[in-house]
Design a protein around this ligand. Structure first.
Ligand code: NAP
Ligand code: MG
Length: 477
């Protein structure tokens, strides 16, 4: 199949309004953090984008004190309808500044502009709109009359969806009357600090939201701070376990959203062309830096050859390159560290005997890029079938019966998501009941909606974000 040639169509980076220096946001103001400043880079070019001030232990303490004061004096005593006004205002400001946020996110993270523009930023706004609607209706959420907030929430987020993960954390916390101290990931702090400007624009009372850039030690200080009531963490299973140990024996509440190794299961009666799109979206969306990515394709043996052929043809058309180009499908890997982790796992697939196919796309000279890769003849014992690669790498296994598909899908320590492709409604329902995964998609994949709870089982963590269920994570019920 010939691939169309497209002329470059880059979005202007001027829209991002990049500043040379960004600073922590405490008690409604940008302050010089007393931590060692970090430099955040554009992973597509390796150029430094900006210097970012970071927090020290004493800044963590100042931020928690500001959040406590705001909680006691303004936020928890304000009526829900008043809180809702601020959340609606924030949602509208995210929409107003959406182009700026999208370009900045693509620069800092490496994700294609069409994803930050059409997915990350609008979904972040949607989370604020959705939770604004709950703020004055908490009495009717099913948690009894007048449910109470927890207090000050410490929130720690990863680099794969920087603004969207912030929205998943901050919107429900504020709607339910909590105040927050949030630590963005080291490699992607910029949109969180523009969000801090949005809090100022919305005239959010000082201290309700505090943003502390920095590395893992800042996260750790936050977890250990004595005056925190709740920790919400999204990130790796290893750090999640560490946090669980630190919180054990304290009254702090905890929710963990961790890794995954989802099965995307295709039956022989599936609408194949749609399934191919779903497989591609499942693993190549956001370079595969997605905790719920469909990283294990389970395909029924009778159609395996046909699926592989169609899949290779489709993946060959994906355009890899400049994240700011509106035609780019695959952007940059977020960091050199993540790129080397992906390369290491791919090398293990080679040495353990899986068959590797790599899209014949050219890689840019600079920046961190990895071509879309599909492994076939994968055995369940192989590392690439068990470990989260968190990159554009798909492992394909086959099955013969629905029972075998279930057994293979559930053969993982994780349990975040799964996909089912079949024409048969009864099979979808039967499979969904058997699969141990927090989210099960049928004839689609990677669909997100603020009204739908999201979260995992087993080593994918506990607690839900989104929907009515997600409110519980921030209420004393
Ligand atoms: P990570 O190393 O666990 O980092 C996540 C966040 O925790 C970052 O802000 C990180 O700071 C911070 N951190 C690191 N060490 C810490 C410590 N000891 N105490 C407190 N905070 C600490 O994970 P990652 O490599 O950035 O992200 C990829 C992982 O996140 C994947 O495994 C993925 O599956 C998972 N994830 C899960 C979800 C979900 O909803 N379930 C969503 C997205 C990602 P630094 O940035 O400085 O390292
Ligand atoms: Mg960066």
């Amino acid at each position: 199949m010939p691939v169309f040639d497209y002329a470059p169509a880059p979005e202007s980076r001027a829209i991002a309004n990049l500043k040379p220096v960004y600073r922590p946001f405490i008690n409604g103001e940008f302050v010089d953090g007393s931590g060692e400043p970090l430099k955040t880079i554009n992973p597509a070019t390796e150029e430094v984008l900006a210097e970012v001030g970071t927090a020290s232990a004493s800044d963590v303490d100042t931020a928690v004190k500001a959040a406590r004061k705001a909680y006691d004096k303004t936020w928890s005593t304000m009526g829900g309808a008043e809180r809702a006004k601020y959340l609606f205002r924030i949602a509208r400001l995210i929409q107003e500044r959406s182009r700026e946020l999208a370009v900045l996110e693509s620069l800092d993270n490496g994700k294609p502009i069409k994803e930050s523009r059409d997915s990350d930023v609008p979904t972040a706004a949607a989370h604020f709109f959705y939770h604004a609607g709950w703020a004055d209706k908490l009495d009717y959420a099913g948690y009894g009359p007048d449910p109470k907030p927890l207090g000050v929430a410490g929130q720690i987020i990863p680099w794969n969806f920087p603004l969207l993960m912030l929205a998943w954390k901050i919107a429900p916390a504020l709607a339910t009357g909590n105040t927050v101290v949030l630590k963005p990931a080291e490699t992607t702090p910029l949109t969180a600090l523009v969000f801090a400007e949005i809090c100022q624009q919305a005239e959010l009372p000082p201290g309700v939201v505090n943003i502390l850039p920095g590395a893992g030690d800042v996260g750790s200080e936050l977890v250990n701070h004595a005056d925190i009531n709740k920790i919400a963490f999204t990130g790796s299973t290893d750090v999640g376990k560490l946090i669980q140990r630190q919180v054990a024996g304290t009254p702090k509440r905890l929710t963990l959203e961790l890794g995954g190794k989802a099965a995307n299961i295709v039956f022989e009666d599936a609408p194949l062309d749609q399934a191919i799109e779903g497989i591609v979206n499942g693993i190549f969306f956001n370079q595969g830096h997605v905790c719920c990515a469909g990283s294990r394709l389970l395909v029924q043996e009778s159609i395996a050859d046909e699926v592989m052929e169609k899949l290779r043809a489709r993946v060959s058309t994906l355009r890899l390159g400049d994240p700011l180009d509106k035609n780019t499908d695959i952007g940059a890997i977020n960091s050199a560290e993540q790129l080397s982790k992906i390369k290491g796992l791919v090398a293990s697939g080679d040495s353990e005997g899986a068959q590797r196919w790599t899209s014949p796309c050219a890689l840019p000279d600079k920046g961190f890029f990895f071509a879309p890769t599909v492994f076939s003849e994968v055995q369940q014992s192989m590392k690439i079938a068990r470990e989260e690669i968190f990159g554009p790498v798909l492992s394909v296994l086959t099955f013969r019966t629905p029972e075998e598909a279930v057994a293979k899908a559930n053969n993982t320590p994780y349990g975040l998501s799964a996909g089912i492709w079949t024409e048969k409604g009864s099979r979808i329902l039967w499979m969904a009941n058997q699969l141990r995964a927090g989210v099960v998609w049928a004839n689609t994949f990677n669909r997100f909606d603020p009204a739908a709870p999201f979260g995992g089982y087993q080593e994918s963590g506990f607690g839900r974000e989104g929907g009515r269920t997600g409110l519980e994570a921030y209420l004393s019920v």
